[in-house]
Write a protein that binds this ligand. Structure first.
Ligand SMILES: [Zn+2]
Length: 164
């Protein structure tokens, strides 16, 4: 495995809508592992392929380090070609992003979502998520559409997030 370079705001790859993943092979699974390693090394809870310069619809999410151990669900999700098929409720909370170092802001997101995606082994999956997991998935899927949270956030501050 290897650490990948994280692209930061201003890099055009972050503004570009990503293409669907067409081929899931060992090479691509290695890339997913590298993305995950890069995310964990940066203390992140999610990372999307364009954040490491690859314009494909894939992301990794693992909020287990931040949700106080309340989640009884599997920790790491490798999501390929994810699509949100249901949204419910709305909640505002503070967010940050590995591509926007030291910036935090309040973002309104759906409270609960259903997401459909392809697993790293090519299986169709459906996941119902709420709380931080739902927020993180919505944040990562925005990356796949070339959107950054700082474009939609309110009360952007520099420094530590409000809830830490
Ligand atoms: Zn982000």
């Amino acid at each position: 495995m290897a650490l990948l370079e994280i692209k930061t705001a201003g890099d055009p790859v972050l503004k570009q809508p990503c293409a669907p993943v067409e081929k899931i092979d060992k090479r691509f699974r290695n890339f997913l592992d590298d993305m995950a390693e890069t995310m964990y090394a940066s203390d992140g809870v999610g990372i999307a392929a364009p954040q490491v310069g690859v314009s494909l619809r894939a992301c990794i999410v693992d909020v287990s380090a931040r949700d106080g151990g309340e989640s009884d669900k599997k920790a790491r999700y490798d999501m390929i070609n994810p699509v949100i098929t249901h949204r419910e409720g709305s909640v505002v909370d503070n967010e940050g992003c590995l591509s926007c170092p030291n910036l935090f802001g309040d973002v309104e997101r759906a409270e609960k979502i259903r997401v459909e995606y392809i697993s790293r082994f090519g299986k169709k999956k459906i996941l119902d998520a709420d709380g931080l997991l739902a927020r993180c998935i919505q944040h990562e899927l925005d990356h796949l559409d070339g959107k950054l949270f700082i474009d939609i956030a309110q009360n952007i501050t520099k420094g530590r997030p409000k809830h830490e």
